[in-house]
Design a protein around this ligand. Structure first.
Ligand code: PSU
Ligand code: MN
Length: 321
């Protein structure tokens, strides 16, 4: 690894695991600072780390603390970040890639989005990453041009991203078009259909279906062996018992979109605003769903990281021709 800049710090367990080429899974922190209310944000972050460990990998939650990029947090630091978000939402920044440098220089704290977390993971050599739902092309993007930087980072950083699909508040069809243009494989874990975050189905097919962590690992190894610069999107449907009916959620999403337009919400505030409105409307059901899918994704990312490590040990990556 290239020497790290002075504002980047690896936690000891993460540094050890990377040095010994042991499996590591990155976890994002915008879901903690801007995605979920206290105390569910802390409980979910802790449960996600636990799931990664149970799978045999080392979790590395990535966040900005006082102008330092921290890769791996202690439980007390996780709790502190989750609590700070509850006390004063404006004190913490939502950091996508373009926000990192100014936030560092201004010694701020904040959560890293999927895009920023991927960039940092790639910088320190972490190949696997779990989140809830990625950002994507917003509905009405034909006029607003609003598309998440998550999509462009997927095309740049070589990281396998395990998620439950793009968030249902987005235009899923346009999101898939951008991922196709950018050369990002969109894979379904145990499904032929793209999951839609709180719901297991979307009506859109995935590029390929994979049914085991070993298949995920082999597909990623093949992708990277071709010199492809970017990542892969592995989508796992929310556990069935926590699924919300897509048609019911759609009503809430439509209402949230109208509220956002009336309130003049734009830019990076859009996604947290919409998620909060849907959360209110579902009376917490979508929060439980979000929590369950996040933990399931963390577990699968841990399993994929372990399977990928095993491929390396055998150094016999099979590339299908
Ligand atoms: N998934 C969740 N909750 C979240 C997010 C994802 O379950 O809050 C965050 C992620 O960090 C993602 C970001 O990268 O929302 C997307 O924001 P935007 O659309 O502004 O790029
Ligand atoms: Mn946006």
């Amino acid at each position: 690894m290239k020497p790290l800049p002075a504002f980047m710090q690896l936690a000891a367990p993460v540094r050890d695991a990377l040095a010994r080429a042991r499996p590591v899974v990155a976890l994002e922190s915008t879901i903690i600072t801007h995605g979920m209310p206290w105390p569910v944000n802390f409980e979910t972050a802790r449960a996600a780390e636990h799931a990664v460990r149970e799978a045999g990998a080392t979790p590395a939650t990535i966040a900005l603390l006082d102008g330092m990029i921290r890769v791996g947090l202690t439980e007390a630091e996780l709790e502190g970040l989750a609590q700070a978000a509850a006390q004063d939402a404006t004190a913490l920044r939502k950091c996508s890639v373009r926000d990192l440098a100014p936030a560092l220089i201004q010694t701020d704290s904040g959560g890293t989005t999927v895009a920023a977390t991927m960039r940092i993971a790639a910088r320190v050599g972490i190949a696997w990453f779990a989140t809830g739902g990625i950002g994507g092309v917003h509905r009405g993007a034909q006029d607003s041009f609003d598309q998440s930087a998550d999509l462009l980072e997927l095309a740049r950083s070589p990281v396998g991203v395990i998620c439950a699909g793009p968030k249902a508040i987005l235009d899923l069809g346009l999101t898939l078009e951008v991922l196709e243009t950018q050369g990002v494989p969109v894979l379904g874990y145990g499904t032929d259909e793209l999951p839609a975050f709180w719901s297991r189905s979307s009506g859109f097919p995935v590029d390929a279906r994979l049914d085991s962590p070993a298949a995920i690992a082999a597909t990623a190894a093949a992708h990277w062996s071709l010199g492809a610069p970017g990542g892969l999107l592995i989508t796992q449907p929310v556990p069935a018992e926590h699924e919300l009916p897509a048609r019911e959620v759609e009503v809430y999403i439509q209402r949230a979109l109208r509220q956002a337009a009336d309130a003049g919400v734009t830019g990076k505030a859009v996604t947290p605003y919409l998620l909060e409105r849907v959360l209110e409307a579902t009376g917490g059901a979508c929060l439980r769903s979000n929590q369950a899918l996040m933990v399931a994704n963390a577990r699968l990312a841990g399993e994929a990281a372990v399977a990928y490590g095993a491929l390396g040990a055998a150094s016999t990556v099979q590339i299908p021709c």
